[in-house]
Design a protein around this ligand. Structure first.
Ligand code: ADP
Ligand code: ADP
Length: 222
């Protein structure tokens, strides 16, 4: 589904955040691991078509996303690390607002929002203000907004920061339920977030690829 070849990225001012990354990814849950500064968020933003590679290419189902970002945008759901909510709105109100901004057909917004709320397990809290939610519930709102357009590529950047162990486990269960035919890319610096649920692992360090393969292969290589 997704093929990166020799992708590099430098921020304006010169810092090389990604260097010569090549990867091929199909459906499943891909865990993107690496210490702070490894380039995980930079790569996630690039797949979300917010950063353009300074070198190399990224193909989504054969189409170059630097040339044709729309080819991917329609099929993309993104939960950025710094996802902001409006605390006074209820989950339903906020998601309906985002669905309208994303351009979902007006007539389908209410039902699609309720479907997404159900998929992420927020039915009981849907009419409460988001400001009253736990960290885990807020992250579910973030996943729900990323699912509104039923994306084939779901990008989730460091979603478990600030969640307690129980919430992290429930979050892993949710991603497993959502995987199906999707490609889910999940970045984290916590190995236990992904070792049990990832079909593939990608390990980065200082902008370079250190490992790509199954969790079993990573254990054998270690
Ligand atoms: P990670 O998500 O793995 O912690 P990042 O992608 O955030 O890594 O960062 C990779 C490198 O790029 C780091 O050296 C970081 O300081 C740098 N960087 C990240 N964002 C920016 C930015 N907006 N401008 C300049 N440098 C950045
Ligand atoms: P991460 O957890 O991904 O490493 P950071 O703390 O590095 O996140 O970055 C937080 C925000 O600050 C990001 O939006 C990133 O783009 C920005 N940022 C990170 N490093 C730099 C930098 N050297 N110069 C400018 N912005 C940066």
């Amino acid at each position: 589904m997704l093929a990166l070849s020799d992708v590099s990225f430098a921020y304006p001012g010169g810092r090389q955040a990604l260097a010569g990354l090549s990867l091929r990814l199909g459906a499943g849950i891909v865990g993107l691991l690496g210490p702070n500064g490894a380039g995980k968020s930079t790569l996630m933003r690039m797949l979300a078509t917010l950063n353009r590679p300074t070198q190399g290419s990224i193909l989504w189902r054969g189409r170059d996303i630097a040339r044709e970002p729309e080819a991917l945008r329609h099929e993309l759901g993104y939960l950025p690390q710094e996802f902001g909510v409006y605390p006074a709105q209820t989950a339903r109100e906020f998601l309906r607002y985002l669905a309208a901004v994303k351009g979902l057909p007006h007539a389908s917004i209410a039902s699609r929002v309720d479907e997404c709320i159900e998929m992420v397990g927020l039915v009981a809290g849907r009419d409460r203000p988001i400001g009253s939610f736990s960290g885990g519930m807020r992250q579910r709102v973030g996943i729900a907004q990323a699912l509104l357009n039923d994306p084939a590529l779901l990008i989730v950047d460091e979603p478990t920061v600030g969640l307690d162990p129980g919430e992290r486990q429930r979050f892993r269960n949710l991603l497993t339920e959502l995987a199906g035919k999707r490609l889910i890319m999940l970045s984290t610096h916590i190995v236990s977030d992904v070792e049990a649920i990832a079909t593939d692992l990608v390990v980065m360090q200082k902008g370079r690829l250190r490992f790509a393969g199954s969790p079993q292969e990573l254990l054998r290589a270690a």
